[in-house]
Design a binder for this molecule. Structure first.
Ligand code: SF4
Length: 434
């Protein structure tokens, strides 16, 4: 009989969980714990696992948009398992929602929350678990003690080159994470707080070594994760290190077995000020994608300033026109319902959207949701102005908007309400949580 750590590993969280799985697999002194991946784990499966293991650590990673689902699943697990079974389980959580709102996460039945990146803190937690050491002294975690929320000191940001990002052993290949953290401070975004305000990059040598191996295994499509694709290896947030990007892309292109390289696509969009005719013409022959994802967010300069976006509407339109001129289809992210956006501001955004559609853009419109861990987290949810909703609904019907526009407002509102409701609950005992 021994312990196991189970990751609730799904299509929605495998980007963030794979580096952790690979990290644990690579550390020799952590091999006394079994590591299992289970999709949408439930009480039936947990009970089965409890027949084999003395103790389980069950790990979830989720975004705020998924919080409602996770809450419902935790509620079902708590109500189905006996107290004696629950006592043998430690529920842990990480990811953008738990990191931004450890209190609501803990109130939903989790014992520990891992704040931000967890390569170091989670391995330290497992080590302590194996050595029967004090779990509460693990750095970078949050838990409840005497009805108070405790946060232990966060460890230093990790050096990306020292940690794996795919799992060869388990054949898990998410898009390759080339950069982490963001020096910009858009007020709606969780990235800077989650991964620190300084962007770290994975070196080309480390990336190319893995890509070479992928080529030998016929894993011939290469995609990337980064907060800003054209910021790769850049010493300053608004500058482009063109040499570094071209070196990376040309080296990948000449790697045997690699057929397709997708750069500047989700989940690695680009910022407007980094787009230029020069850069785009140079990289076009090296990449396979005809689309480039770019964040504009609003067609109102006042709103862009309020959200500290760091670029103007004109810079955004200019970048998108360059993409179109070179022959790329721009996929443009827009946020509707930002706190200071008046109906007039939203109409300005609609006018920009109409212009961009004429320039072959596809718009990805998102309804603003105040996300925990951002400077806007305490903002009230604001319904979309009916006139704006009608226009966007029509554009969506015509196929000009990408994504599931019609359900977004409802999902955003539900997630926000749930967060508010749990935030207002008092801290209570673990077994009575749900
Ligand atoms: S939206 Fe993009 S640029 Fe702005 S803080 Fe987030 S990751 Fe950085």
């Amino acid at each position: 009989m021994q312990s196991a750590i189970i990751f609730d590993y799904t299509k929605k969280n495998f980007y963030s969980l794979t580096p952790l799985v690979a990290t644990i697999d690579n550390i020799k002194d952590l091999q006394d714990i079994d590591l299992l991946l289970e999709e949408d784990i439930d009480s039936i499966r947990i009970r089965k696992l409890l027949e084999k293991y003395t103790n389980l650590i069950i790990a979830f990673s989720f975004r705020t948009a998924q919080f409602e689902d996770i809450y419902i699943r935790m509620k079902a697990i708590y109500s189905s398992l006996k107290k004696t079974e629950l006592e043998r389980i430690t529920f842990i959580a990480g990811g953008s929602h738990p990191s931004g709102s450890p209190s609501t996460t803990l109130k939903s039945g989790f014992d520990f929350v891992f704040i931000g990146e967890a390569e170091y803190s989670l391995t330290e937690f497992i080590r302590r678990n194996l050595q029967e050491d004090d779990l509460f002294k693990t750095p970078g975690i949050s838990f409840m003690e005497d009805e108070k929320l405790i946060l232990t000191p966060r460890p230093d940001p990790i050096k990306l080159d020292e940690y794996p990002f795919i799992s060869k052993k388990r054949r898990l290949y998410p898009p390759l994470e080339i950069s982490r953290g963001c020096s910009f401070g858009c007020t709606f975004c969780q990235v800077p707080k989650l991964f620190h305000h300084r962007t770290r990059h994975r070196s080309p040598e480390i990336l190319l070594d893995v890509i070479k191996w992928m080529g030998t295994k016929k894993l011939n499509d290469i995609r990337f994760i980064t907060p800003n694709s054209f910021g790769y290896m850049s010493p300053k947030p608004k500058e482009v290190n063109k040499d570094a990007i071209l070196h990376l892309l040309s080296s990948i292109k000449s790697t045997p077995g690699i057929d397709n390289v997708y750069y500047g696509t989700f989940p690695g969009e680009v910022r407007p000020e980094t787009v230029s005719y020069d850069l785009m013409s140079d990289i076009q022959p090296m990449i396979s994608n005809s689309r480039i994802s770019i964040g504009l967010q609003s067609g109102s300069n006042k709103v862009l300033k309020d959200i500290r976006r760091g670029h103007t509407v004109e810079e955004g339109i200019n970048a998108i026109e360059i993409l179109d001129d070179i022959g790329f289809t721009p996929i443009v992210d827009i946020i509707i319902g930002l706190p200071t956006a008046t109906e007039e501001d939203e109409m300005a955004t609609i006018n920009v959207i109409r212009h961009l559609i004429k320039r072959n853009s596809i718009i990805r419109a998102h309804v603003f949701m105040p996300l925990p861990g951002t400077s806007l987290e305490k903002t009230e949810f604001k319904p979309v102005y009916p006139k704006i909703k009608k226009i966007l609904g029509k554009l969506s019907f015509q196929g000009k908007l990408e994504g599931n526009w019609s359900h977004q407002e409802k999902h955003a509102l539900n997630a926000w309400k749930l967060n508010q409701r749990i935030a207002n609950m008092p801290f209570i005992q673990r077994e009575d949580n749900l």
